[in-house]
Each structure stands twice: as C-alpha cells, then as structure tokens.
Design a protein around this ligand. Structure first.
Ligand code: MG
Length: 363
C-alpha cells in the first residue's frame, strides 16, 4: 500500500482525574498514534497500552518496537486489511500494536469509499449507550462518585473491585441506587479461593461480574460460572475469536467485553460479533481511555449486531482536558451517536497532535 508518509507518534495527554484499578493509578495517558498521508488526506490508527505490562503484556515501548519492525512494513506491503493481517499472522501476540495498523487501514478504506466505519463492519446500531467505569475509591466516597456520573448522564455503572474492596462497596451503591444497571470488574484479581465472596455478589442484582479470575484462564471461569448466578463476562481472557469459541464451548462466560485493540482491531472484532451471535453470548464494547482516534474505532464496533449492553465509552471530557479530535466525543442523554459519515468521530486537530507529541519516528 502506498503512503506518502508514515509516522508514529508517542502522544501524552493529561487526564482530568487520576484513575485507579487493581493495576495501580494512572495520571496521564501515554499512547501511540500512527498516521499516514494518502492521496492528500491524513488517516490514523491508535494503540493505547499502559506504560507498564499490567493490563496486557504490551506497553507503549513494546508497541513502538513492534510497529516499527513489523506493523509498518506489513502496512507498506499489504494490498488490504485481510492481507495486512495475513502478513502479521506469524507474529505472536502484540495485538494492540497490530490494532494500530488495522485502525489506520479501516480509516483509509472509510474515507476512500465514503462509507462509515460502522457500515464497513455491517453494523446495525445507530448509537451506543454509555456506561462509566468507576475506579477503586473509598467506601465513604463511592456513593457520591457514582451520583456524579449518573448526574452526567451515564446509564450503567461499573465498579472496579478487588478482594476486600468489593461487597461493601456494591452494597452501598445498590442501596443508594436500587434501579441502576450495575456491574463489577475484578481485572483478574480473584481466584477460586474467593468463590464465596463472588457468590455473595449474587445478592445485588448485578448485570455481570467481569473478569474475576486470571487473565490466562478459561477453565476456572467455567467452574466459577457454574456456581455463581450472576453472569460472568470475560475481558482480558479473550485475545481473539478463537478464545470466544473456546469460552463458549466450556461455558466459561455468558458475556464478552470486546475492546477492538485487545483483539488486534476491527477485523477480529467483526469475527467475535459473529461468534457471539452463533453462541448466544452477550457482547459490549470496553474502553481503554483512548483518544478520539481510538474511540472512533470503539464506537464503530458498538454498531455490531450482537452488542446488547452499554459500553465503557464516554465523552472526551470524562477523561481529557482536550482530546485530539474536534469536535470531541460528545454524549447526549447517555448515548453517543454512531456516525453514518466516513472517517472518525471528529477531525484530528493537527496543532494539538503536534503539541502533545513527545517523540516521533518515521516508520
Ligand atoms: Mg475489564
């Protein structure tokens, strides 16, 4: 594929508020933006691993290396999205790095064909309902924190939990908000030894318990799912469509959290949507605190037909003082519209991209 210019940028965006999970606290978002100039137009892809290998094996540094060494050559040599992935098939893992190229190619195809990203995926939904992911806080603060997000318009609340910081939090929130759609996310911090704690959550009418057990596990999740009434959702355990099939075959979960970046991009996201349909699994789109570039991809994925639950996608102002796109991602009545127009949710502000770039490479 011909590109006049292919550049990788390390971008640093200050967060409006720090975010704490069982992985630790994040104050600023470091991410990589891959940009190309094609036929006089800019197209973009983003990858947003953490700075340390905590959510996945990947980091900003590993992604930078993999993009420079493997993703960029595959982009230059490929003749389309399937060929791009075929060329990278022998590279194990590093799916978030591969997702940057996948995003860029989908953006390119969208602007070249005049079709929206959602339309390229065969998406059927025209808006996405927004949920909020509430970082670990104190029991005294959790109700006020949740109230603030509900006042902002979010339609579903997800509490990050870990052993010992779980049931008491959920109890407080459920008591204060009897009707709110409520879920929890353990980010793999539990084991089967905590099964009683996790079963205790059955008393609070949760929509799902997300990734309670180890990221590499499906079998223990199947064991847990058989004894817990609340549906189990898998996030980190699902690396690709094959993992969805395996999870479905052993009843390891009823719901899949799909983050396009985690599964190497939109092409695999579409395959996962098909599998969820076939195996009657619930599906929703998770978030990675992406800039408006990555969020555009996540919003497009939310158009997929199997998506039935609110997403962890919010307006730009939830995370950033200023996003990379203009207009920023906006939420109205707790929803984000999925555009019918080609390209991203907004236009990348080139000045802002330059100002927030801390390093860049021609790749
Ligand atoms: Mg999660």
């Amino acid at each position: 594929m011909e590109f006049d210019q292919l550049t990788l940028r390390h971008v640093r965006l200050p967060l409006r508020e720090s975010f704490t999970t069982s992985f630790g606290t994040v104050e600023e978002r470091n991410l990589l933006v891959l940009e190309a100039r094609v036929d006089g137009r800019w197209v973009y892809g983003e990858t947003s691993p953490l700075s340390a290998p905590l959510y996945s094996h990947e980091t900003v540094e590993t992604a930078r290396e993999v993009i420079a060494e493997y993703v960029a050559p595959a982009l230059r040599q490929c003749d389309g999205i399937d060929d791009y992935h075929d060329r990278l098939a022998s590279i194990r893992g590093h799916r978030m790095a591969k997702a940057a190229g996948d995003q860029l190619l989908y953006h390119r195809r969208s602007v070249a064909t005049g079709e929206s990203l959602a339309s390229l995926l065969g998406g059927t939904h025209d808006s996405v309902t927004c949920g909020v992911s509430v970082g670990l806080t104190t029991p005294a603060d959790v109700v006020d924190t949740v109230q603030g997000y509900l006042d902002d318009g979010f339609r579903r609340v997800k509490l990050k939990v870990e052993p010992g910081r779980d049931v008491s939090y959920v109890e407080r929130v459920r008591e204060a908000f009897p009707d709110v759609a409520l879920t929890v996310d353990g980010n793999g911090a539990y084991s089967l030894d905590h099964a009683d704690r996790l079963r205790a959550l059955d008393n609070y009418d949760l929509t799902m318990i997300e990734q309670p057990l180890d990221y590499g596990d499906l079998v223990d999740h199947a064991t847990l799912a058989a004894t817990v009434e609340t549906p189990i959702c898998l996030d980190e355990s699902i690396r690709n469509a094959a993992d969805v099939r395996r999870a479905a075959e052993i009843d390891a979960c009823e719901v899949i959290n799909l983050k396009p970046q985690r599964v190497s991009g939109l092409r695999e996201a579409k395959r996962i949507d098909d599998l969820c349909d076939r195996h009657d699994l619930g599906l929703w789109i998770g978030g990675l605190v992406e800039s408006g570039i990555g969020a555009s991809t996540a919003v497009a994925a939310a158009s997929l037909g199997s998506v039935t639950f609110p997403a962890d996608i919010g307006p730009s102002r939830r995370y950033f003082h200023e996003d990379l796109i203009e207009p920023p991602v906006r939420m109205t009545d707790g929803r984000i519209e999925i555009p019918e127009t080609p390209g991203l949710l907004g236009t990348v502000d080139r000045d802002r991209l330059t100002e927030t770039t801390v390093r860049q490479w021609s790749v």
